[in-house]
Design a protein around this ligand. Structure first.
Ligand code: ATP
Length: 512
């Protein structure tokens, strides 16, 4: 735990020092849980968006893009259920005066039990060596079986209490599990209350209930209300999808853990409309596709796990999260939900407009079912930088900080450096950039020793550094240095484009 806390702190400090992420309005001491993306952060963020957009929208001929407004007619949020039910159960500790999400306290308790199971499995694996049968051990070891039963019982009790909106029972679960406040260490809890997560503001100059509008808490509703527009103007028929990337706002009770949970964040969501009865097939399809999208980035596959929901939202008939091993542990990175025809039907009811597809083959209209894939862009950003950040000790005893960002996502693809600031080397370096800059984001750097310049590029994750020296003027060759291996090679300037392209193109990720 302490080690990982330390890792998160290091990632945060590095992200600030190297222009990835700054605390918002820092000169006024910041605004809690709000962050700004700096010069390198915005590049990385745009590249993640591009990877998603290409993979989802451009590579599927039946998926279209959309960019709907953040403000929407207030009835949208009545229909979607957000006005009445987009709540989190909150609980305060009377001693520390800290506020928590009751569901998160319970989930963290379950996570601790899971940790105990992993420990038992680890110990047994060591004891039994090669002959260890993990599945058999898990299903027969009395202690592990009991832990699993405990988890099931807690999950069921929590699910029932939430479904019945029985907040006293939720509190009782926390008391019975003897959950203590991590800060005060006491179990002195208040009642559990529901808290609506939507931000509201007023439209125009008149204030009051009638002009109250909301900042959207998800992009999905903007897609549902445009379902007919896109289907008709795009001449689509189910199965087809609509993808969109945009800001969302939630008044989170506890926003912390850096950019993992913010009050203003960005989502990349895709709604896939299918004929009723086909939703399970497509749910499985998208689950697999989305996992492949993540794994193509080349991080350790063990850092991903799929968590199937036990507590399904009332509108869903299947749902799972792709969880990622963040420095704080495994947490939700992306959600995949089979939302039935709930949203479109709700909007039909509230708008009194038909939101249906007329299928000429069966001569009938129907409300399509929806599979949603929803990923937080900022969480994806955190997954990338926390996996990419490394501190290495080199053979000569020195150390370096390197961001092994997948090359296609790296803020800059190549840095071009003249060995010295004279003898025509800067001009030669600039000429190389002038040739490469239309295809790759390039940096020019002539300050400090070459070693320091390499370190700077390592720290922002630039896959290649090209050094121009006196020989370059004679034979049009340069040295090219690989960020990860640190190996240098002398190559012809005319080959640079091809070498870089091979490593950094988005195509290789998309084809994986
Ligand atoms: P959580 O349980 O962590 O609050 P959620 O289940 O409410 O998340 P969804 O409503 O499914 O999240 O939203 C889809 C995605 O949006 C999430 O998988 C996550 O990546 C991202 N997301 C949600 N809330 C936030 C937030 N406050 N800050 C950053 N990203 C968020």
């Amino acid at each position: 735990m302490a080690v990982n806390d330390d890792k998160l702190k290091k990632v945060i400090a590095h992200a600030k020092e190297y222009g990835f992420i700054f605390p918002s309005s820092e000169i006024y001491d910041g605004l809690s849980a709000t962050y700004d993306y700096g010069q390198n952060g915005v590049e990385l963020k745009n590249n993640i968006k591009q990877y998603w957009w290409y993979s989802m929208v451009h590579l599927h001929e039946n998926i279209m893009g959309l960019d709907s407004a953040i403000f929407m007619h207030p009835t949208t949020w009545k229909a979607s259920g957000h006005v009445d039910a987009f709540n989190d159960p909150l609980i305060d500790n009377k001693d520390s005066k800290k506020r928590y999400r009751a569901d998160v306290l319970i989930e963290e308790h379950i996570e601790k039990i899971r940790g105990k199971i992993s420990k038992e499995v680890g110990k047994a694996a060591k004891r039994f060596g090669e002959s260890f049968d993990e599945a058999q051990f898990i299903s027969t070891n009395p202690r592990v079986v009991k832990y699993h039963e405990d988890i099931k019982a807690i999950e069921l009790r929590f699910k029932n209490s939430m479904e019945a909106n029985d907040l006293e029972e939720v509190r009782q679960i926390i008391i019975d599990l003897e959950i203590a406040d991590p800060i005060s260490g006491t179990k002195n809890w208040t009642d559990v209350r529901q808290f609506n997560l939507m931000f509201s503001t007023e439209l125009g100059s008149v204030s009051g209930e009638s002009s109250k509008i909301y900042l959207r808490p998800e992009t999905a509703q903007g897609t549902y209300v445009n379902f007919l527009n896109v289907m008709k103007s795009g001449r689509m028929k189910p199965p087809f999808g609509i993808g969109q990337i945009g800001k969302a706002f939630r008044n989170e009770i506890i926003a912390r853990q850096f950019i993992f949970r913010m009050r203003e964040f960005e989502q990349m969501e895709m709604q896939f409309f299918v004929p009723p009865g086909e939703e399970m097939k497509w749910y499985e399809y998208w689950k697999e596709q989305r996992l492949n999208w993540h794994k193509a980035l080349g991080f350790n596959p063990e850092r991903y796990r799929v968590h199937d929901h036990v507590k399904l939202a009332h509108y869903a008939n299947a749902a799972c999260d792709i969880e990622f091993d963040f420095p704080m542990g495994f947490k939700e990175l992306e959600g995949i939900h089979s939302r039935t025809d709930f949203d479109l039907k709700q909007h039909e009811e509230f708008s009194k407009k038909k939101l249906q597809y007329f299928d000429p083959e069966i001569n009938e209209s129907y409300v399509p079912y929806v599979i949603e894939t929803s990923i937080g862009l900022d969480r994806m950003f955190l997954a990338v930088i926390s996996s990419a950040f490394k501190e290495e000790t080199l053979e000569d005893g020195s150390s370096r900080k390197v961001m092994s960002i997948p090359p296609a996502l790296a803020p800059y693809k190549v840095a071009v450096m003249p060995l010295t600031k004279k003898d025509g080397l800067p001009e030669k370096a600039r000429a190389i950039i002038d040739d490469l800059k239309f295809d790759f984001s390039c940096q020019y750097d002539e300050k400090d020793t070459i070693g320091k310049r390499y370190r700077r590029q390592d720290a922002i994750g630039t896959p290649y550094s090209v050094t121009v020296d006196h020989q370059s003027l004679e034979d049009n060759t340069v040295t090219i240095r690989d960020r990860d291996t640190m190996e240098q090679e002398r190559v012809a300037i005319s080959d640079l484009h091809e070498i870089i392209e091979k490593k950094v193109s988005l195509k290789s990720l998309l084809q994986a």
